[in-house]
Design a protein around this ligand. Structure first.
Ligand code: TXA
Ligand code: MG
Length: 328
C-alpha cells in the first residue's frame, strides 16, 4: 500500500531522499523522481518495467526553471510556452550538460513540460531540481487518471501518492520537436492539436511517421498501452457485438447509447453531450473500470478523426489487442 497525501512537504522529503512518488498532472498521473539523481531515476525504470531506451519527460514549475537544462529557446518556443504552459504540451529541445543521458536515452534532445496541476506546481516550486516523470503505469498498461489507478498498479512498489483527484484532461501531453531545418514535428498527438500549434507559430506542423519498420528512435515506437482484457476498436459497435455475441462483452461508446445485446451495466457512454474533451477525460478511467469487470472482450467505439479526435483514436489503436506487439 502506498500512502495517499495532499501534503507536498511530505512528498518533497521522499523525493529529496532519492525515493519515488506518484504526482497528479492535468493529463495523467506521473511516477516522479529527482531528475538529477541517477539512482532515483533508475528506480523509475525498474518500477515500471520500462526499457532503458525509452526516455523520460522533465517537469518544471515554469519556463525559467527549465532554462539551465536546455541550450537555448527559439521564437517558436517562446510563443508556445506563453500560449500553452502550464499545460499539456511537451517540447523536445537540445539538452544542456545538466541532463544525464539516462533521462534522454542518449538522445541530444530532452523532453520538457510544465504541468497544469496546482498541487504538482506547488511541489515543483519547492524543489531545486526537475522531476523526471513518465506515466505512473507498469510499462504497456493504460496511463492512470486517478490516484487509485496508481495504487492498484504500483501501490506495492512506491511509498507515496500525491492525491490531486481525477486528472482533468485524461490523455497524455502532445509532444512537439523541431528538425534540422527548424520545422516543427509532432511526435505524439494530444489535446493541443497541430492546428492549435500552427495558429500560434504561423507554421505548418508535420506529423512524425511513427509506424515505419526502421529502427525506432526513442519516443517514436508504436508502443501499446492496453487493458489486460482483450480490446477491440470499431467504428461500428453493432458489427463488433454481432461478431462476438456469445461472449461477455463490455461496450464503451462515445456519444450515443447502443442499446443492443449488452448488459446495461456493461455499457458506458463517455459523453452523451457529444464533447470530445469529455471522451478524452473519461476514456482511461472507463478502461480501468471495465478491465476490472472480468469481461471476455471490451469493445470501444472510434470517434471522428478530427481535432482532438485524432489523439483519442491514436490511443484507442494503441489499446487494441489485435495490434499488440510483444510487451514493452
Ligand atoms: O502527459 C504526459 O506527458 C505524462 C505526464 C505524467 O506528464 N507523461 C508521459 O510520459 O506520458 P511517458 O514517459 O509515459 O511518455 C513520454 C513519451 C514517451 O513516448 C517517450 O519515449 C517520449 O515521450 N520522450 C521522452 N523524452 C524523449 C526524448 N528526449 N526524445 C524523444 N522522445 C522522448
Ligand atoms: Mg506512458
Amino acid at each position: 500500500m502506498a500512502k495517499f497525501t495532499t501534503n507536498t512537504n511530505h512528498v518533497k522529503q521522499i523525493l529529496d531522499a532519492g525515493g519515488l512518488a506518484a504526482i497528479p498532472t492535468e493529463t495523467v498521473y506521473g511516477l516522479a523522481a529527482n531528475a538529477t539523481n541517477t539512482e532515483a531515476v533508475k528506480k523509475i525504470f525498474t518500477t515500471k518495467g520500462r526499457p532503458s531506451n525509452n526516455p523520460l519527460i522533465l517537469h518544471f514549475a515554469n519556463l525559467e526553471a527549465a532554462l539551465p537544462y536546455i541550450q537555448s529557446i527559439s521564437d517558436d518556443v517562446k510563443k508556445l510556452t506563453e500560449a500553452f504552459w502550464p499545460g499539456p504540451l511537451t517540447l523536445l529541445l537540445p539538452k544542456s550538460g545538466l541532463v544525464s543521458s539516462i533521462i534522454t536515452a542518449t538522445s541530444p534532445r530532452v523532453a520538457i513540460r510544465v504541468p497544469d496541476h496546482p498541487l504538482t506546481l506547488e511541489l515543483l516550486s519547492k524543489l531545486d531540481y526537475p522531476l523526471a516523470a513518465p506515466s505512473a503505469n507498469p510499462s504497456g498498461y493504460i496511463s492512470p487518471t486517478k490516484p487509485m489507478h496508481v495504487e492498484q498498479q504500483l501501490g506495492t512498489k512506491i511509498p507515496l501518492i500525491l492525491d490531486g483527484g481525477p486528472c482533468s484532461k485524461g490523455l497524455e501531453s502532445t509532444i512537439l520537436g523541431w528538425n534540422e531545418d527548424e520545422e516543427p514535428i509532432l511526435y505524439r498527438q494530444g489535446l493541443i492539436t497541430a492546428n492549435d500549434i500552427s495558429a500560434v507559430i504561423g507554421k505548418n506542423v508535420a506529423f512524425n511517421k511513427p509506424f515505419s519498420n526502421q529502427i525506432e528512435a526513442p519516443g517514436m515506437s508504436k508502443l501499446h498501452y492496453a487493458p489486460h482484457t482483450k480490446t477491440i476498436i470499431s467504428a461500428s459497435i453493432e458489427e463488433a457485438v454481432t461478431e462476438h455475441e456469445d461472449l461477455k462483452l463490455g461496450v464503451i461508446k462515445a456519444h450515443e447509447s447502443y442499446r443492443g445485446k449488452v448488459a446495461l451495466a456493461h455499457e458506458v457512454i463517455l459523453s452523451p453531450r457529444g464533447s470530445l474533451e469529455e471522451v478524452a477525460e473519461k476514456l482511461y478511467t472507463t478502461m480501468y473500470e471495465f478491465d476490472n469487470l472480468n469481461l471476455d472482450i471490451i469493445i470501444i467505439e472510434e470517434v471522428t478523426n478530427e481535432g482532438i479526435g485524432i489523439a483519442i483514436n491514436d490511443r484507442l489503436r494503441r489499446s487494441a489487442s489485435e495490434n499488440k506487439k510483444s510487451p514493452s
